[in-house]
Design a protein around this ligand. Structure first.
Ligand code: FNR
Length: 184
């Protein structure tokens, strides 16, 4: 059967460069891999244990179920102030409290995209730190840090225009697929 991967996006804005990369992944995927979006984290309330005590928000439950059903997760996110955007961190905090902990053991790949030179590298290591506590199965390499995104992404067409970036993305999806197959 095909592997099913889902994308978790750290930007909320319509014209997001990260969204363009996330949306390009289905066509860049190796054969036997299907990729779909988890949907926006914009509807998640700020994490609050009092809200949790009354019942997890519907959006959190739905995303948790979609992750549980997937063979792998690809987080695609900008770097905000050298770290993880608040909306994404908030989503991770909610998902971490779900009883079945859907990210535990889940094969996961990280991609960051930035107009800046180093492509959001600093956010990647903050994100990895949180994912250690969630026990996600994060691949180490190849790392995807798309810097100077304005020259590698065609924002008007909404495509990843740089050929070498496209190859790197496919290589990472290959690595995630290999891990997901090993994980069974
Ligand atoms: C940024 N940006 C940014 N870029 C970067 O490379 N390192 C950083 O630390 C930051 N910090 C930062 C903080 C805040 C609050 C904003 C709004 C932006 C710039 C960021 O990479 C740029 O806006 C991207 O285009 C955001 O990603 P999307 O929305 O295009 O996917």
């Amino acid at each position: 059967r095909p592997l099913k991967f889902v994308t978790l996006l750290g930007s909320l804005r319509k014209a997001s460069l990260n969204a363009i990369v996330a949306n390009s992944l289905p066509e860049l995927a190796p054969s036997g891999v299907e990729i779909s979006s988890l949907g926006s984290v914009a509807d998640f309330p700020h994490y609050d244990a009092d809200i949790q005590a009354e019942g997890f928000p519907e959006a959190v439950l739905a995303m948790g179920a979609a992750i549980a059903a997937a063979d792998g997760v690809i987080v695609v996110t900008p770097e905000y102030n050298y770290s993880v955007p608040g909306a994404l961190k908030n989503a991770i905090d909610w998902l971490s409290r779900l009883p079945d902990s859907p990210l535990s053991g889940k094969p996961l790949a990280i991609q960051t995209v930035s107009p800046g030179a180093i492509g959001g590298a600093r956010a990647q290591y903050h994100l990895r730190q949180s994912l250690v506590f969630l026990n996600a199965n994060v691949i180490n390499k190849p790392e995807i840090m798309i810097g100077q995104a304005g020259s590698r992404i065609d924002a008007e067409k909404g495509t990843v225009s740089d050929e070498s970036t496209r190859h790197h993305l496919t290589a990472q999806l290959d690595a995630l697929a290999a891990l997901a197959r090993r994980a069974g």
